[in-house]
Design a protein around this ligand. Sequence first.
Ligand code: IPE
Ligand code: IPE
Ligand code: MG
Length: 244
Amino acid sequence: MLWRKKEKSIVAKRLPDHIGIIMDGNGRWAKKRGLPRSAGHKAGASNFRKITKYCSKIGIKYLTVYAFSTENWSRPEEEINYLMRLFEQYLKEALSDFEQENIKVLFLGDKTVFSDNLQKLIDEVEKSSQKNTGMVLNIAMNYGGRQEITEAIKKIAVELESNKLKIKNINEKLVSEYLYTAGQPDPDLIIRPSGELRLSNFLLWQGAYSELVFFNVLWPDFSERDLNRALNQYVSRNRRFGGI
Ligand code: IPE
Ligand code: IPE
Ligand code: MG
């Protein structure tokens, strides 16, 4: 593996504890092959399983994947329906992966809009993997960074109103505790395949100092080698956090 060759420098510059991935490019992957967009989503889901296992194997502590945004509801109904069915199928199939790999799964986003069936599955996956002590896998589904911050503001306002919280106690640490990622470290590295150079509402608060790596590869083709390349880029970066 590429980054292993640089083992010495990695000791000084550690691998990221937390990686975020914007799983983009499924539609274009399918179009290139003359297939319907759904085929791209299917291939993307299968790659998601592969990359998740790989991250767990190499010792990544937190992996956050962007699976469906609050803006993706603007897609044609047929595509949304397909994606919802795919999420159900994926979650059923991946349950065994989570057990085998000791992965703890959390869902980031508003779950209440999903079908009863999908909500039940989400609960089941979260509950059954809760005790797992390996990698934490955050699946961002119906997730939007702005929606997350708005919800946090509402929750904080309720606490203020009921005098459980005082204005002087509101600080950045407290705000973080009202986000879906409460208690987790911020992502060190955010990877976006597909060639688009934007965040598309992903981890807006948490990504303040994340290193960004963009790839001109469509998500279903994004391989373990590509992940190693991203890790190599990450270890060569100089993270300053505003310092010198
Ligand atoms: C990402 O792939 C999957 C979701 C957003 C659900 P896209 O469906 O956005 O694929 P492109 O960007 O159209 O190629
Ligand atoms: C971001 O991809 C959301 C996910 C990958 C789930 P989009 O395809 O929705 O982003 P835009 O529309 O290109 O910004
Ligand atoms: Mg896209």
